[in-house]
Design a protein around this ligand. Structure first.
Ligand SMILES: C[S@@+](CC[C@H](N)C(=O)[O-])C[C@H]1O[C@@H](n2cnc3c(N)ncnc32)[C@H](O)[C@@H]1O
Length: 508
């Protein structure tokens, strides 16, 4: 085992109990515009299990801590959580060698990789191909031939692109001209080079991960908020400004995503050197392979979980997309295009995401057809009717309708997103209940949100739905650092408590 240090081992960090009152929502509907009694009821019901904690913090539920971790730093996946968080939760659930733990929303694969290091088997899914590349590259850490990687670095760093090379990396509309001309050509040249090379498939995959992890800093874009933000030195913005000037419109502001766009060859070489250092460190650390299996599938959890056998899992550690309009397929467009996806593939993938964007359409009919196809129509009806009975969910949807009618939602897709989000998550909760063993523990990391002045307590609504499907609520850990209120909502409706939580449930 690689020695690990949790924040408890760090000097000066002690668990202390914080005052809960700052974390309890007093009013769910700004100006008392909508009924809120069902949400208030949940706020009282779960107050006894709410714990404001130091056990987890903003860093451990984000990618922050992974930046310096061997292995987990190989892919800068900003939406990921840390290995520390997974280790603490695995300890809490007493997961041991040979157990199986699930992460239905794998992302960079933190849960699976920490499990593997501890000899725990894992199962998980993600709709994006980035996960497959990341998980395979990291899971192979003990298998790499160090000499082969050294050879790769030496050959790659000597690679010279002919001056008349005419290839270019493909684009889709939202990534068009994202790279300076040299990088645009070199990305394609290097892709052809590695594909034609005789390196092993494991090393080729590692190379792909290093390219993926370099694309953003070698481009005129940066991942910010829900979309890609563009540098004003890019061809796209320069051309847009020429048109704006002609039309007498206000110019797009000067904005630099980074001081200088990096050179692709240098960036990838640096990534390769970084992973080689980690591989050496881990291979020579005395750690030996545990033999634990990672069963990862690139597909939606909504369509994979229903096929899984009953009573299999020791626990679940996951963080689904948040109900915050964040569109993974836009933020990761450069990486998805590099991995071979085209315009239509990306649109399709956007719809496969758990409903978390304003463009998400209802999946309920497709889901019903699927359950019928696998001979589980009754299960579908049971789950769906349970969701529709939930009082807080009904209240939230009614409030969203009222806010929409009053012009308070700045995008009408929000209503459909909120409805789809909880409906789909509830299917996940129900299937997890079925696939968990007695005694299993389930932990979900999520953020509460507010739209049109209405607070949606994602943590408590999820816990209530989970309880309806049979789970016993154990704890709602709430981070000391809350989620910031958006400036628009704060100005219009004032400040409210928006918890960042880890909900923990048990199957008795
Ligand atoms: C918050 S991230 C998970 C990050 C992960 N815990 C880590 O440490 O990297 C949520 C992930 O869910 C994935 N996702 C979205 N909809 C999905 C679905 N229907 N089924 C499976 N994965 C999905 C997204 O692509 C994203 O990678």
């Amino acid at each position: 085992m690689i020695e690990r240090l949790t924040m408890y081992d760090m000097p000066g960090i002690k668990e202390e109990v914080a005052d809960k009152s700052d974390y309890i929502v007093e009013a769910f509907s700004a100006d008392g515009f909508c009924p809120e009694s069902a949400r208030q009821e949940l706020e009282h019901k779960y107050e006894p299990i709410l714990e404001v904690t130091n056990k987890f913090d903003r860093q451990s539920v984000s990618y922050q801590l992974s930046k310096k971790d061997a292995l987990h730093s190989w892919l800068k996946y900003k939406e990921g959580f840390s290995a520390d968080l997974v280790n603490i939760l695995l300890d809490d659930m007493n997961a041991v060698l040979g157990d199986t733990v699930m992460d239905p929303f794998m992302g960079s694969g933190t849960t699976a990789l920490v499990c593997q290091m501890r000899g725990i088997n894992s199962i998980g899914y993600d709709v994006m191909p980035i996960s497959g590349v990341s998980i395979a590259a990291k899971a192979n850490v003990m298998k790499y031939d160090i000499e082969e990687i050294k050879r790769l670095i030496s050959e790659f760093s000597c690679l010279v692109m002919p001056e008349d090379y005419a290839g270019r990396t493909p684009y889709i509309a939202i990534t068009n001209t994202a790279y300076p001309e040299y990088n645009e050509k070199f990305i394609q040249f290097a892709a052809e080079w590695i594909s034609a090379s005789a390196f092993s498939k494991e090393v080729k995959n590692l190379f792909t991960l290093c390219v993926i992890n370099s694309l953003e800093r070698c481009s005129y874009t940066s991942k910010s908020g829900q979309y890609l933000s563009w540098d004003s030195r890019s061809k796209k913005v320069i051309e847009a400004n020429i048109q704006r000037e002609k039309a007498g419109r206000k110019l797009l502001p000067q904005h630099h995503c980074r001081e200088a766009v990096e050179n692709m060859k240098e960036a990838v070489t640096e990534e390769l050197r970084h992973v080689l250092t980690d591989i050496k460190k881990i291979q020579f650390s005395g750690y030996s392979e545990t033999g634990a299996k990672i069963d990862y599938r690139q597909n939606s959890a909504l369509f994979e979980l229903p096929k899984l056998e009953d009573n299999l899992l020791k626990g679940v550690i996951t963080s689904p997309p948040y109900c915050n309009r964040y569109d993974y397929t836009r933020t990761y467009a450069l990486e998805l295009v590099y991995l071979g996806l085209g315009e239509e593939d990306i649109k399709e993938m956007r719809q496969a995401l758990l409903s978390c964007t304003v463009e998400s359409k209802s999946k309920i009919e497709v889901l019903r057809d699927y359950y019928v196809k696998i001979g589980a129509k009754d299960r579908f009806e049971d789950i769906y009717s349970t969701i529709k009975r939930n009082a807080a969910f009904k209240e939230i949807l009614a409030a969203m309708e009222m806010r929409k009618a009053n012009g308070d939602l700045n995008n009408n897709g929000i209503l459909r997103m909120v409805e789809g989000y909880f409906t789909e998550l509830a299917f996940i909760y129900a299937e997890l209940y079925r696939t968990c063993k007695a005694g299993a523990t389930v932990a979900f990391v999520n953020d509460n949100v507010r739209y049109g002045g209405e607070v949606i307590p994602v943590d408590y609504l999820s816990t209530d739905l989970a309880e309806q499907f049979g789970f016993t609520p154990v704890k709602v850990y709430c981070l000391k650092q809350q989620k910031g209120n958006s400036s628009q909502q704060m100005k219009k409706y004032g400040k409210v408590a928006l918890r960042k939580s880890i909900t923990v449930w048990k199957k008795e």
